[in-house]
Design a protein around this ligand. Sequence first.
Ligand code: GLY
Ligand code: MN
Ligand code: MN
Length: 447
Amino acid sequence: MKAPAITLKAFTRRRERLMHAIGGDAIAVIPAATESLRNRDVEYPFRQDSDFLYLTGFPEPDAVAVLMPGREAGEYVLFCRDRDPDMETWNGRRAGPDGAVADYGADCAFPIGDIGEILPGLMENRRALCAPFGHTEAMDQRLFGWVKQVRAKARSGVRAPTEFVALEHHLHEQRLFKQADELRMMRHAARISGQAHVRAMQACRPGMAEFEIEAELLHEFRRYGTEPAYHSIVGGGENGCILHYVENRSRLKAGDMLLIDAGCEHGGYASDITRSFPVSGRFAPAQREVHELVLEAQAAAIAKAVPGNHWNDPHDAAVGVLTRGLKSLGILKGRPADLIRKEAYKPYYMHRTGHWLGLDVHDVGDYRIGEAWRLLEPGMAMTVEPGLYFGPQAKAPKRFRGIGIRIEDDVAVTREGNEVLTDACPKTVDEIEACMAAGGMDRAGAA
Ligand code: GLY
Ligand code: MN
Ligand code: MN
């Protein structure tokens, strides 16, 4: 499978768009992520900051990108770790300032150790400073320290920035709208994640541990060089009713459902899929009824994820179907309109129907403009993920208890309507049963 990539040219265009938005007399400062300690001498796997990644494609920690619209000596300056043969022998290769220019499109680059001497000079006579204020205290302190250094030169006629603009104000609106190359990245991640769910369905047998199924997912992610976009949720039986269940330690029981919420990221672009299927390969009647109801709610929500509708329309559609369904299953009683108004569905459906999706799984972008839900537009990408959860204490007939079902797909709003990026992953009762049967079923008698 050929993996798509974001070209240097595309990164340049992104920086140009941001520079246009912040204005010609502003300067933007965007720090990379820092490494963080897991335990003594061991770091968590490094994940680049999404804003920094979006603008630079530069994969290393300890870097700061600076954008200066109109600067003749170069609008894009990158501070990064210097080359260091010793450190590179221990900890891996570094691009160094020369590599930052040659391979990552920086106009000029300097060692990160020199930033304190160089950056205040770059801020001189720029009216506005645009940066991720309020994210880390360390960065805030450094930013304002540099501004103070510029102010100290006021008597020599130098002006320091007087306006401080949150980077996300401009950048997150830009990131919300996915370009064609970004959608190619997301499609790729979605396809691999879909295959991972198929692998999990086909490997699943009663008696296996949840972590064994998690291993199948990771195998599929890693064989294409992708990473998990978040910790995989693999919850058998009532564990499927714990929304952020990540222990993945229990044994799978014949007759139970298994809920898997797992997705990989490619080049930082996330996918986010949930499927729920019977451990034994065949849905019991109560499981089938709930699954079909959630699927109907999802279809109604996806149909609403089209341009011109507002952000909340898919959620409202899902809530409508689920509420009427809970009534016909005999779990809720009353008029659907009243039940919806009183949020009677909430004990069984307590989360929202989706979130923006992109470089962050819960991606950036405002959900409201002022008080009103924002309108959906082509280029926005989101998840659609209704569910129903009947924990062991649920007020519901016994046959439903222990069933947790969520169905989650990734949807890009297009000019014509939408595209379901995760469409290849089996979803209906028949598709799931056929997929599991094709996995070589020796789950006989297990249901
Ligand atoms: N996997 C996290 C979510 O579904 O929001
Ligand atoms: Mn999600
Ligand atoms: Mn999810």
